[in-house]
Design a protein around this ligand. Structure first.
Ligand SMILES: C=C(O[C@H]1C=CC=C(C(=O)O)[C@@H]1O)C(=O)O
Ligand SMILES: [Mg+2]
Length: 440
């Protein structure tokens, strides 16, 4: 990016200094950008966050800094309400939530965290824009403007992403395959299935290496092979990152229209078109995989019923990703007038695609057995605003620390699940990122 968009934003800020300052203000200027992650990778302002929703032709966002951040949905919803009441421009808040707020989770990753960024670099079909966000309602205007100038001064020009170097990793799975087999045995025991028909068990694959790659270089490569997925990354601190390319939507809300889905039930990709189709047909007809999907849509329908006037579900169909195929059912609903994102996020996650049925006893099993912290894996990641929100289920993801990369994968265990097949399913779910790391 050339320096003139920054100068142009400063010029807008100069003009703003002389006018009335209230509420939320977004200053925007067109700009040119090559690679948003190449830009993010060199900035010194934190948090650094990337978000691209699953739909084609959607906006790509790279954001920096936080002029406001919320560790609770109630506080976030209150802020949305204040700004909606004031009218005018409405901001986007980016962030996520942990899988289980009742566990310690990951250090530096609060159970819930959504931020209103200082800087937004966006690219859409019409080109790219650079925006500077300001808040005046709850702070001294002078200090806010000084901080905004300082943030603009800190921006640096985009640079090519570093190459991914071949590294040697030491792999350790938690649980081990032996422990996994025992857990699947417990969950599929008829005495357990009677009260808990589904538990999504997960595994942490810890790849230790003296030096980990740039998370943005890794995400850029991962994203290139993950069409039809959400793409996200966040760094709250320079030492660690959480990135992912999840195929599953928690929900998208446009006004009162809500879209959600049940994505569960998995098979691998075939070697050729014919085998691929045979595997897809088998998946759709398979009882165990259909049950995994049914648990998800039944719970979503039950939860949406009191919140909406109409709930409609489409046919089961296959979603093909690079290494796996899934069963999906799309759900549409018209929300009642007063339903908020706070309510939706209090009710919907964790869906039985990542938790289980009933939620309470599935979570109890997970808490009792899994020794690794899921943290934001299987949680929520995305964008919230007054007019529309879009959130992914944070699966197919990696936590990148200074000495290790942690990959996460889970599998829905129901009646008919075979321990070794489910273990193998975990491996196909991490196959994309493993091959990028040279471990495929
Ligand atoms: C929990 C994960 O996947 C879920 C989503 C799709 C298919 C799933 C399955 O077939 O088990 C899982 O429910 C994961 O990838 O970590
Ligand atoms: Mg499965």
């Amino acid at each position: 990016m050339q320096s003139n968009p920054i100068e142009a934003l400063k010029h807008q800020l100069d003009t703003l200094c002389e006018t009335d300052k209230t509420g939320f203000i977004r200053l925007t200027i067109p700009c040119q950008v090559g690679n948003l992650m190449g830009w993010l990778n060199v900035q010194s302002v934190y948090p650094r966050l990337y978000w691209k929703a699953r739909d084609t032709n959607t906006v790509e966002c790279a954001v920096l800094g936080a002029i406001k951040a919320f560790d609770s949905l109630a506080a976030l919803q209150a802020d949305l309400a204040v700004l909606a009441q004031a009218g005018g421009q409405q901001p986007n808040y980016f962030g996520g939530m942990a899988f289980d707020p009742g566990t310690p989770g990951w250090e530096h990753f609060p159970a819930c965290h959504f931020l209103l960024p200082r800087i937004e670099l966006k690219r859409h079909q019409g080109g790219a824009t650079l925006s500077l966000n300001l808040r005046f309602d709850d702070r001294s205007p002078g200090a806010e403007i000084t901080q905004a100038y300082a943030c603009l001064d800190a921006l640096v020009a985009e640079q090519p992403l570093p190459r991914l170097q071949p590294l040697v990793y030491q792999r350790e799975d938690r649980p081990s395959q032996q422990e996994w087999v025992a857990w699947v045995g417990q969950v599929t025991n008829p005495d357990h299935l009677v009260h808990t028909p589904k538990v999504v068990l997960s595994r942490e694959t810890c790849l230790t290496t003296p030096e980990t790659p740039s998370p943005w270089a890794l995400l850029a490569r991962w994203q290139a092979g993950a069409a039809d997925c959400f793409h996200f990354g966040v760094q709250f601190t320079p030492q660690e990152a959480f990135i992912g390319c999840p195929p599953e939507r928690l929900y998208k809300r446009e006004g009162r229209h809500l879209m959600t889905e049940a994505l569960a039930g998995t098979t691998r990709r075939g070697q050729d078109a014919q085998q691929d189709q045979a595997l897809a047909d088998e998946l759709l007809a398979d009882k165990k995989n259909s049950l995994e999907n049914q648990c998800v849509y039944q719970q979503l329908l039950t939860q949406l019923e009191p919140l909406s006037s109409q709930v409609q579900m489409g046919e089961a169909h296959i979603v093909k990703l690079r290494s796996v195929q899934h069963i999906r059912r799309l759900i549409h609903a018209e929300l009642h007038r007063d339903v908020t994102d706070q309510q939706l996020l209090a009710v919907l996650p964790p869906t039985p695609a990542v938790g289980g049925v009933p939620r309470k006893s599935a979570l109890a099993f997970i808490r009792q057995h899994e020794l690794h912290q899921r943290g934001w894996y299987a949680g929520v990641f995305g964008r919230i605003s007054h007019t529309s929100s879009d959130l992914a289920v944070a699966i197919r993801c990696a936590h990148i620390g200074p000495e290790a990369i942690r990959l996460y994968a889970g599998a829905g265990i129901v009646a008919g699940s075979q321990p070794d097949e489910e273990w193998h399913e975990l491996d196909t779910k991490i196959a994309d990122i493993m091959s990028l790391l040279g471990m495929g």
